[in-house]
Design a protein around this ligand. Structure first.
Ligand SMILES: C[S@@+](CC[C@H](N)C(=O)[O-])C[C@H]1O[C@@H](n2cnc3c(N)ncnc32)[C@H](O)[C@@H]1O
Length: 272
């Protein structure tokens, strides 16, 4: 199915706007007071200034292919537009990390590090590890972290398929994982299962681009059915996964932002 048609289907199926129809008091609170919260945090503007700089530059980078077919030399601004999570979704991740007081955080797929900074911003003492395989992109991500003064981010350069086991050994537990790298079912499920080993009841997983391909959609369907998973919240752009055994098993489809601009960008698979 075409991506924009998938988006239309999501709009029709999503009924839980502003907590409507959510019976679980916890999930209602999570949706209305965390996911949909609109207060500006002062760190947002710092990170958005880095995004603006990256969007303005005419520089190019060599991109390595990890299964997307998009290798070669590309403009930094084009990659930021297409690959980095947009402001509104990255800020949801910030609020989730903040709400859960996540301390040990892992991101698979750094790109230029914009979302990494949102994950690291709630607590300067948290431990954020992010993995990126394209070395030139990783170099710019490091510059961004230094430029914005983030000292709690460790960037691992390399193919996740090879370095994930050793990275996971450095964690006693994982509180929050953002899966945004290899968009293939098998790779995603391998990463999911490996990270699950370090998870606990209050761990949050966020899976990006759950409708990017049929393969990803199938992986998302599997995750929803997984008996280890209690609650999923489908926001189209990504899916949130909770393992909290106090919650009843339920899959929600949340209509996020009744904003025409966001709807159009989502439907066209553009992020900025
Ligand atoms: C969608 S981008 C990440 C965007 C970033 N999370 C953000 O929101 O700003 C995916 C990144 O994952 C990297 N990647 C994909 N597969 C990988 C792999 N197997 N190992 C290492 N990096 C990988 C790509 O090079 C790309 O930079």
């Amino acid at each position: 199915m075409m991506y924009c048609l998938k988006y239309l289907r999501y709009l029709i199926q999503s009924k839980h706007r502003r907590g409507f129809g959510i019976h679980s008091p916890f999930v209602f609170h999570l949706v209305t007071d965390v996911i949909e919260e609109k207060l500006p945090y002062y760190k947002y503007s710092l990170i958005e200034k880095v995004r603006s700089l990256l969007l303005k530059t005419s520089k190019t980078v060599k991109v390595e292919d990890f299964g997307t077919g998009k290798s070669g030399v590309r403009k930094i601004s084009d990659i930021v537009k297409c690959s980095s999570k947009s402001r509104d979704y990255a800020q949801v991740l910030f609020r989730l990390v903040n709400f859960y007081k996540a301390q040990d955080i892992l991101e698979l797929g750094t790109s230029f590090g914009l979302t990494t900074m949102y994950l690291a911003a709630p607590n300067s003492k948290s431990n954020v590890v992010t993995i990126e395989g394209s070395l030139e992109i990783a170099k710019y991500a490091k510059l961004s972290f230094d430029h914005a003064g983030f000292k709690n981010i460790k960037l691992c350069e390399g193919n996740i398929d090879h370095c994930l086991p050793s990275v996971l050994k450095t964690f006693k537990k994982l509180d929050f994982v953002f899966f945004d790298a290899n968009h293939k079912r098998d790779a995603l499920m391998n990463y999911f299962n490996a990270c699950f080993e370090k998870s606990h009841d209050k761990t949050v997983f966020v899976i990006d681009d759950i409708y990017w391909s049929n393969d990803m959609e199938n992986a998302w369907k599997e995750i929803k059915k997984d008996p280890r998973v209690r609650v999923t919240i489908d926001m189209f752009s990504f899916g949130i996964v909770l393992f909290d055994s106090e919650l009843q098993k339920e899959n929600y489809i949340l209509r996020f932002f009744p904003n025409l601009r966001i709807h159009l960008l989502d439907a066209l698979n553009i992020n900025y």
